[in-house]
Design a binder for this molecule. Sequence first.
Ligand SMILES: C[S@@+](CC[C@H](N)C(=O)[O-])C[C@H]1O[C@@H](n2cnc3c(N)ncnc32)[C@H](O)[C@@H]1O
Length: 211
Amino acid sequence: MASAARYYNLDSMIRAFIEKNGGGNIINLGAGLETAYYRLNEQSATFYEIDMPDVIAARRTILGEQKNEVLIAGDIFDMEWVKQIDKSVPTLLVVSGVFQYFKEDAVVQFINNVKRVFSKVELIFDATNETGIKYTNKYVKKTGNTGALMYFYINDGAEFAERTETKLVEERVFFTDARKMLKKKLGIYTRIAMKIVDDKKRGVLLHLRIK
Ligand SMILES: C[S@@+](CC[C@H](N)C(=O)[O-])C[C@H]1O[C@@H](n2cnc3c(N)ncnc32)[C@H](O)[C@@H]1O
C-alpha cells in the first residue's frame, strides 16, 4: 500500500509540475525500474532516468529507452549527469526510495550542489520520520540484509526547508486519497495503520523549490 500510495502521489505531483510549466525536465534519480514515464504518458516533458551503470543496463534490456526519455548511467551524487541536461528548462528532480539509505550530510550536500548548477529547479522526495526509520531498520535487520539499513529521516519538513535554505512547496502524507478511495475495502488493521502513519507523519513526500 505504501508503494502504491507513493507512486500515486508522485504521479499527481509530476503531472501538476508539467501542467504548470507546459512541459519541462522530469529527472528520476535512482530510477531503478520505475515506470512513471509510462503511467504519465506526457509527451511535452523529457524524462531522464538516472541510476548506477548495472541498473541502467538492466533497465535498457527490460524496458528500453522511449521517445522523450533519456537513460543516464552514473552516481547521482557526483553530479556528472547534469552535463547531459538542458538546464535552461524548468526541472523537477524526483528521488523516490533513495535518500533514506544515505546519511543526512550527503543529502544536504546534494541539495547544495543542485543549487549551484540549476537556474530553476524543484525537488520531490519521500522520507520517513525518526520513528518510522527505527521500525523499518528493525524489520531490515530481521531479514539479515544489513546493507539496506536506513539513516536519513525528516521529522519536520518546514524545519528541513529552512535549514537547507529552500522553499517548502508541500509536505504531503501518503494515504489521504487512498483512505478515501478504498475505505471499507481495506481491513480494519490496515485502515488504522494508515491513519497512524499519516497522523504521525511517519511517511511524507516533500516538495521543495530549490531555486
Ligand atoms: C529502492 S530503489 C527505488 C527505485 C525507484 N526510484 C522507485 O521508486 O521504484 C533505489 C534505487 O536507487 C539506486 N541508487 C542508489 N544509490 C544510487 C546512487 N548513488 N546513484 C544512482 N542510483 C543510486 C539503486 O540502484 C536503486 O535502483
